[in-house]
Design a protein around this ligand. Sequence first.
Ligand SMILES: CC(C)(COP(=O)(O)OP(=O)(O)OC[C@H]1O[C@@H](n2cnc3c(N)ncnc32)[C@H](O)[C@@H]1OP(=O)(O)O)[C@@H](O)C(=O)NCCC(=O)NCCS
Length: 376
Amino acid sequence: MAEGSQLIRGLEGVVAAETKLCDLDGAHGRLAYAGYSIDDLARKATFEEVCFLLWYGDLPKKAQLAELTAAMGAARAIPAEVTRAFALMPKDTDPNRPLQAAVAMLGMFDPDTTDNSHAANVRKAIRLTSQMATAICAHHRVRSGQSPVAPASDLSHAGNFLYMLTGTRPSPVVTKAFDASLTLYAEHELNASTFTTRTIVSTQSDMHSAVAGGVGALKGPLHGGAGEAVMRTLMEIGEVANVDAFATQALATRRRLMGFGHRVYTAGDPRAAILKGMAEEACRQSGQFKWYEMAVKLHDRIHAAKKLIPNVDFYSAPLFYSMGIPVDVFTPVIAAARIAGWSANIIEQHDDNRLIRPRADYVGSKARPWRPVEER
Ligand SMILES: CC(C)(COP(=O)(O)OP(=O)(O)OC[C@H]1O[C@@H](n2cnc3c(N)ncnc32)[C@H](O)[C@@H]1OP(=O)(O)O)[C@@H](O)C(=O)NCCC(=O)NCCS
């Protein structure tokens, strides 16, 4: 390693990029996209407006929003080959893998595949955001033995996603909660998957290749896979009355509890606070209030004992579950949101690129004498 440089495990606190996308103040629990607070965006903006903000740098005027909405709507179809490929995949495979494969395939069909110019990247961002939603839903339908649902041109990105997943048009309340969830997950600075996408395109590789890598990074339980793990924990607990005993045992065995803790936020994750309110409402409306109650009780116990904060994935779990999203589709849903931020980061990286190539500190054996295989 270069003289004087220092190993920083997990790159904690290392600043590796300049960005105009995400302003994350972990000490004060504040988050803003391009200067707009996450609270305003989640409550007042649509996911399409947030996409525009991330790709073009400011909120759209009415005509600009109409234009982007039309472009995203027109880009929803996926090649028939992708759907046919889903039918060839094992039915019980983790849906992140088909999504990763679908992104790679979409890259093979995209007219701008290897064009890394700003204009081509924005076109690809629009297409990929729409097509990933369709691919996730089509895969779920195919593995369930059902036909994919054709996109509904009169529905928003969020509404159309739930429609394509379930075959039923969602209510305005559910659509709004899902839309806000997409906004909350859309971008989050240099998290592991976004850093992965930036690293990939820093070699002058292209958006689809980077996003396939991003999906791979996202699925890990320390990152986007945590939401699914939270729901599995709540199911393991089973009933509100079991939370205390579960928490006592988890604390005694120093179990790592998914949905708690964060590398950057110390004062609380502002996304979790918004999702908590939405989960309460959605769980009550769907008649599954116990998941919310269990989550709140677990939150209180773990926070009181260890000061660990719930992160974005904690309350999104009961929220998504109460919307009827299958547990193993939670992470693909997060990918369907994070594509907005991944693609925006890829655009930033391509527009001002330098190869990302850190160093490692060699700690293995040195200067070993060579011996032929017969003598080892
Ligand atoms: C997010 C996360 C990976 C951040 O990790 P990190 O910054 O590397 O922090 P560390 O893993 O070093 O943890 C620091 C301390 O907090 C504890 N801790 C952190 N998260 C914890 C959790 N979810 N459950 C139990 N203990 C936890 C660790 O045991 C460690 O304690 P110690 O110093 O006494 O050993 C971590 O909090 C975690 O694993 N959370 C669960 C997964 C999750 O929800 N991920 C989604 C993030 S949005």
